[in-house]
Design a protein around this ligand. Structure first.
Ligand SMILES: [Zn+2]
Ligand SMILES: [Zn+2]
Length: 326
């Protein structure tokens, strides 16, 4: 038998053995080696090699400070986004992928836009007004027609992002790159990732979907990072951070960030945001929405500078429950 075949069989065996047991506790009394990999869309800005390594070093410190884990990062060679997609092509027709695709909508199809509108209306009826009040800017002005307002914001912002011009003149949403902006692509790619445990990519996840929680609606389908299950590594987890919302110089992002992140602070801010994802990855913590200064509260808008400042100012003393499953 070829070495590759043996490895594959072993991986499948490990995967079968760990799948149904729920998430194991990751001990804090030993050092953990985590494999990082960058996946680069060459059309978009990315951190320089020096800044990336600075970010990795800072992240190691923050993980110890905020999450209580000692980690060593093993940085793998960068991958090209299209090459990465090519490697994951075999996942395209899987049942799981097709199931996720059913919730994915096409913003340029009227029927799909209507589906989103109806979904938002139904979701708002089930949502506590306090949540909306805390998250929607100018809540009072919009509260009578909240569903319409959120639908408009969602579709306008998404359209803007998808049409951002990249350095080679193509739009972000160019057909060759379209899949890699969507949740189904990253969810399935992370579940099957074997060459690394955690990815940093300079693109963004921004898509139109139904069957998503109100918090994703409230940030208009934009995702900065996520962690999901992976049965091919000992962490039973894999994660990704999307750096485009931090690094893009496009006017849309400049406006949405509200407070500009000083250039010299970028690796630091990205490192602290990645720490949030490692709170899922290592501690198995879930997201919180109502804790103050909490590393486990995701950013509710693109003002990462404010999010960073609040978490540097103080730490959350409250208890955080652990997930049994991602
Ligand atoms: Zn989170
Ligand atoms: Zn907290």
């Amino acid at each position: 038998m070829k070495k590759k075949t043996i490895i594959l069989i072993l991986l499948i065996l490990v995967s079968c053995l760990t799948r149904d047991r729920g998430l194991r506790e990751i001990p804090t009394n030993q050092e953990h080696v985590i494999r990082l990999m960058r996946i680069i869309d060459p059309r978009l800005p990315s951190l320089s090699e020096t800044d990336f390594l600075r970010m990795v070093k800072t992240l190691k410190g923050y993980i110890h400070e905020y999450l209580g884990y000692r980690v060593t990062f093993f940085v793998k060679a960068d991958r090209d986004l299209l090459a990465f997609q090519k490697d994951t092509r075999y996942l395209k027709d899987t049942e799981k992928m097709q199931k996720l695709q059913q919730s994915l909508l096409n913003p340029s199809i009227e029927k799909d836009r209507l589906r989103l509108k109806k979904y938002i209306s139904a979701l708002i009826r089930k949502t506590d007004p306090g949540t909306l009040k805390a998250y929607v800017p100018e809540y009072e002005k919009h509260k009578q027609r909240m569903a319409d307002h959120l639908f408009q914001e969602y579709t306008n912002k998404l359209e803007h992002i998808l049409n951002i011009k990249t350095s080679n003149g193509t739009v972000l949403n160019h057909p060759a790159f379209r899949d890699m902006l969507t949740y189904p692509f990253w969810e399935i790619a992370l579940q099957h990732l074997t060459e690394a445990d955690f990815i940093f990519t300079n693109t963004i996840m921004a898509d139109m979907e139904v069957d998503i929680p109100i918090y994703v609606i409230l940030r208009y389908g934009i995702t900065t990072g996520m962690v999901t299950e992976n049965h091919f590594n000992s962490y039973q987890a894999a994660g990704v951070i999307f750096t485009m919302p931090f690094l893009s110089k496009d006017i849309f992002f400049q406006r949405e960030r509200i407070e500009e992140i000083p250039e010299s602070l970028l690796p630091d801010v990205i490192a602290l945001y990645a720490t949030h994802e490692f709170g899922h990855f290592l501690n198995r913590f879930r997201d919180y929405y109502n804790h103050k200064n909490c590393i486990m509260v995701p950013a509710n808008d693109l003002n990462y500078q404010r999010w960073y400042r609040e978490r540097k100012a103080a730490k959350c003393p409250l208890k955080h429950e652990k997930l049994k499953q991602f």
